[in-house]
Write a protein of this length. Structure first.
Ligand SMILES: C[S@@+](CC[C@H](N)C(=O)[O-])C[C@H]1O[C@@H](n2cnc3c(N)ncnc32)[C@H](O)[C@@H]1O
Length: 379
């Protein structure tokens, strides 16, 4: 087994911006192949990637070392070819998923596991050669940090891309980099999915009773998630909140824009979230005027930065530096699976404010050099 290629899965439409990011952050990787939502790169022999390598790429939803692709006329035959590629790789999990069919939120599409992926996963697990099947391989379960995952991306129903990775940061533990989030009937907007994922990914240490302010809160899906967590939430938005949110005893609306509030009115809040449909520069200007007030002690931020024009993505490193300059030393960004043409930024004043990591499993390291980004919010 000698993986010379890396595959990266991203949002449909984000391939170009992902390629630019890879060229900037990992110049040794050479673009090889792409389909909407799926891109591969050649890894140079002299700079191999470790199987738990992190990428400094906001737009990479998940990635792995490629073993090649299989094609065929039946899933059973393709599964047999897959196991030939996997050889005697010791595995803890298999993750199988389809590349996105559309932009999240478009025509009812949401990323995540499909019936086809589940079915193919079962066929793959059942077709595992007896000699390597010491115990059943879990299919599409969340992996623990340190476990090795066989990846099967259904790039087309009859063309699967096979790879593997060792789970490390949170998204690398989820099948296809997408957390399983139940979307309850009472959720009033997609903001419910975005905020649920943002909290899982960022491990922002919110606790019941904490006070949080959201700028751009209407109609209120994201506030519902915060309220479910027991937070006391203030929503700032000139638009109408959904009555289901307004009626919650721990919710208060300020029906205005933040410019109309005195900065010191933000003194009471521990957390600030922003989800306004304005340009990133405008979002950052608003947040800066709040957090730079000496009476305001907001510990953590979750910001949605809209990218109506993909060219704005070039400025992401500057945006993150600007946030660090406000005194938030731990800053990280990701295009969440449930984001649309936008990214999520988490910022914390101090490392000690992180939520404790999930228990990490002891593993043997491979001989390849580890390439880790400065990933302050992960263990
Ligand atoms: C994407 S929606 C927010 C969705 C919301 N977070 C949810 O989960 O349902 C964007 C909101 O930003 C609000 N908005 C735009 N500019 C604003 C500003 N300067 N201050 C406050 N809200 C603003 C809009 O009225 C709109 O309701």
């Amino acid at each position: 087994m000698d993986p010379h290629f890396l595959f990266i899965v991203c949002q449909r439409g984000a391939e170009t911006v992902l390629k630019q990011e890879v060229a900037r952050e990992h110049p040794a990787l050479r673009f090889a192949y792409s389909r909407p939502g799926f891109v591969t790169f050649k890894v140079p022999d002299e700079e191999p990637l470790a199987e738990d390598a992190e990428l400094r790429c906001v737009f990479a939803r998940t990635h792995g070392l490629s073993l090649g692709n299989v094609q065929g006329d039946t899933a059973q035959r393709m599964a047999a070819s897959l196991w030939q590629l996997a050889g005697d790789l010791r595995l803890d999990h298999v993750h199988v998923w389809q590349r996105d069919a559309a932009m999240p939120g478009e025509a009812g599409f949401e990323p995540g596991l499909t019936p086809l992926a589940e079915e193919v996963g079962q066929i793959i697990a059942a077709g595992r050669p007896a000699e390597s099947a010491r115990r059943p391989l879990p299919v599409n379960r969340v992996a623990r940090s340190g476990q090795r995952v066989l990846d099967c991306v259904l790039v087309e129903p009859d063309q699967w891309w096979i790879g593997y990775h060792r789970a490390a940061a949170m998204p690398s533990r989820w099948p296809g980099g997408v957390p399983k989030i139940a979307w309850p009937a009472e959720a009033v907007s997609r903001g419910y999915l975005k905020m649920s994922e943002a909290l899982l990914w960022s491990r922002l240490p919110v606790a019941p009773g904490d006070r949080c302010v959201e700028i751009g809160s209407a109609p209120g899906g994201s506030c519902q998630v915060l309220l479910e967590r027991g937070l006391r939430v203030t929503g700032i938005d000139p638009a109408e909140m959904d009555p289901a949110v307004l009626e919650h005893p721990n919710f208060t609306q300020v029906r205005a824009r933040p410019v109309s509030l005195k900065r010191r009115e933000f003194r009471a809040f521990r957390w600030l979230t922003v989800d306004t449909n304005v340009a990133p520069q405008h979002t950052l200007d608003t947040v800066e005027t709040i957090v730079s007030n000496p009476q305001v002690r907001i510990r953590g931020l979750l910001l949605t930065l809209k990218m109506p024009d993909w060219e704005l993505a070039e400025a992401i490193p500057e945006y993150l530096q600007r946030i660090r300059d406000w005194g938030y030393h731990y800053v990280n960004a990701r295009q969440l699976a449930f984001n649309r043409q936008e990214i999520c930024v988490v910022a914390l004043r101090t490392r000690s404010l992180r939520r404790p990591p999930a228990p990490r499993q002891r593993t043997r390291r491979t001989g390849t050099p580890r390439q880790r980004m400065d990933h302050p919010l992960e263990p």
